[in-house]
Design a protein around this ligand. Structure first.
Ligand SMILES: Cc1cc2nc3c(=O)[nH]c(=O)nc-3n(C[C@H](O)[C@H](O)[C@H](O)COP(=O)(O)OP(=O)(O)OC[C@H]3O[C@@H](n4cnc5c(N)ncnc54)[C@H](O)[C@@H]3O)c2cc1C
Length: 453
């Protein structure tokens, strides 16, 4: 057992707390979406919460952690879904939310401190004519480094792919637990070992990302009498190179009633597509909706909505917000993450819907991977038990979909098609030889005899 008292004695002046209620709160994320993770992770607690103000304080914490063998679990906005920032072996939670400064924007490249909220960075960049290429639907809470280390897909994916795409992450500065702890600047492919590795390979202190010219995005809701028509429209939009777009999601008719601000405009038993297009794409979007027998029922300014705490940008009904909107009123559901094949995408979606007509409420998102376009999905699933969930996952796979299982907490078991290439295990061995960064989350390191690598 590490000597926490000796560890904290070295950290005078660093913001910290051992208050039990605060530790409970600061040791959680959104793992409770999964009844399986809830069972496994409820009650896990850090011994101490630390909130460094800058890199110097991060290095003081890491030097003390190395001397006293204290596990370090990094925490940003804590919106992760797989218990990524839940400390399995207690120790310290290192909270990055005081390190929020945008540092530079030059030639369309943004550099920022790790704990900056994505909404703040986007608005800061917008004032300078640029915007983020990608953001999660938790943009209003999530931090930039949390997105790199724990997420990586979302709004913008229909045009720019995911964070695993070469060029979407340009570099990071990362603090290590080597002997002695060090700050490393990693550029390009060299940054892959911290991309979606859940804080197991160091504390990111700075991130460098490419931006894209800012657009005045419009949120548009289009309704369809059936899901298949909505799917055809969505994929046609995803492939429409002449329409500048940021998002296109499709929802089973059972989902819109959970979307508070637009529920009333979606007729009963109608499927819904929520899209974000630039003003220059509106005419073509209307034509495309008409061609697919869709009706535009609502329309708002995305940026105005996200700046207004009372309003809901449509992306907060999309991605993994869909599940949250349902869970707010019905705790009997959970979800899955999957990617449909590049060929026969819609046929594969329909096979799953036909196999599980009652338990799977389909929700798809159009995304590019390696230059090809398909649909990923975060369907809402009526929860029964572990065995039934496994059957449903097998059903998705039988229909040609790949699963990124959101009901496990290790990188190797969960990430599936979202795994970033590179020698993450080798890097971990180099920068964290004592295994103190987020222990239990990189299976190939913690259980080298397993075939998880
Ligand atoms: C309602 C809802 C919707 C969501 N939608 C999306 C979505 O659209 N796309 C998507 O990708 N994800 C989504 N997520 C998951 C999550 O919101 C995102 O991945 C988000 O970017 C995480 O950022 P965060 O700051 O909250 O990270 P946290 O939850 O705080 O951390 C995530 C992981 O990154 C590590 N980490 C955090 N900061 C650092 C750092 N500085 N250095 C090293 N490691 C660090 C943590 O240890 C943890 O393992 C959603 C979650 C919810 C609850």
């Amino acid at each position: 057992m590490p000597d926490i008292a000796a560890f904290t004695a070295e950290l005078a002046g660093v913001e910290q707390s051992t208050d039990a209620a605060l530790l409970r709160q600061k040791s959680r994320d959104f793992y409770w979406y999964s009844p399986i993770l809830k069972r496994q992770l409820d009650g896990k607690r850090a011994d101490i919460w630390l909130r460094p103000q800058n890199e110097d304080e991060v290095m003081r914490i890491l030097n003390a952690a190395r001397r006293h063998g204290v596990p370090i679990t990094v925490r940003g906005g804590a919106t992760g879904n797989y218990g990524q920032c839940v400390p399995l072996n207690a120790g310290a939670v290192l909270d990055t939310t005081a390190m929020t400064a945008p540092i530079a924007l030059k030639d369309g490249v943004l550099e920022a401190e790790a704990g900056a909220r994505m909404i703040d960075l986007d608005l800061w960049a917008r004032e300078r004519g640029w915007e983020l290429r990608l953001w999660p639907s938790t943009k209003r809470t999530a931090t930039i480094a949390g997105f790199v280390a724990g997420g990586g897909a979302g709004v913008g994916g229909i045009s720019h792919g995911t964070m695993r795409e070469r060029g979407n992450l340009l570099g990071v500065r990362v603090a290590t637990l080597q002997d002695p702890p060090a700050l490393l600047d990693l550029e390009g492919d060299a940054a892959n070992p911290v991309n979606r590795t859940y804080g197991t390979t160091g504390v990111i202190t700075r991130v460098r990302l490419p931006l894209t010219p800012a657009q005045d995005w419009r949120d548009i809701a289009v309704v369809f009498s059936d899901f298949a028509a909505a799917g055809r429209f969505a994929l046609a939009l995803a492939f429409a190179d002449g329409i500048p777009k940021k998002m296109c999601a499709v929802f089973d008719a059972r989902l819109p009633p959970f979307f508070r601000a637009i529920a009333d405009v979606v007729p009963a038993d109608h499927a819904l597509a929520l899209v974000m297009v630039a003003p220059s794409g509106l005419v073509a979007l209307r034509d495309m909706a008409r061609e697919h027998s869709g009706r535009i029922m609502a329309d708002q300014d995305t940026v105005a909505a996200e700046r207004d705490p009372e309003a809901t940008p449509f992306y907060e009904y999309c991605w993994n917000h869909t599940t949250l909107q349902v869970l707010k009123r019905d705790r009997g559901v959970t979800y899955l993450q999957c990617r449909f094949p590049f060929e026969g995408t819609l046929e594969s979606v329909e096979k799953v819907r036909a196999a599980f007509p009652d338990e799977v409420w389909m929700h798809t998102e159009c995304v590019r991977f390696g230059g090809r376009t398909t649909m990923t999905a975060l369907p809402v699933i009526r929860w029964k038990d572990d065995a039934r969930l496994a059957e449903i996952m097998a059903g998705f796979e039988a229909a040609g979909a790949g699963i990124a299982n959101p009901h496990v907490f290790t990188i190797e078991e969960g990430s599936g098609y979202r795994r970033v290439p590179g020698d993450q295990l080798g890097f971990k061995r180099r920068v964290d030889p004592l295994g103190l960064f987020n222990p239990g989350k990189m299976k190939s390191f913690d259980e080298p005899e397993s075939d998880a690598a």
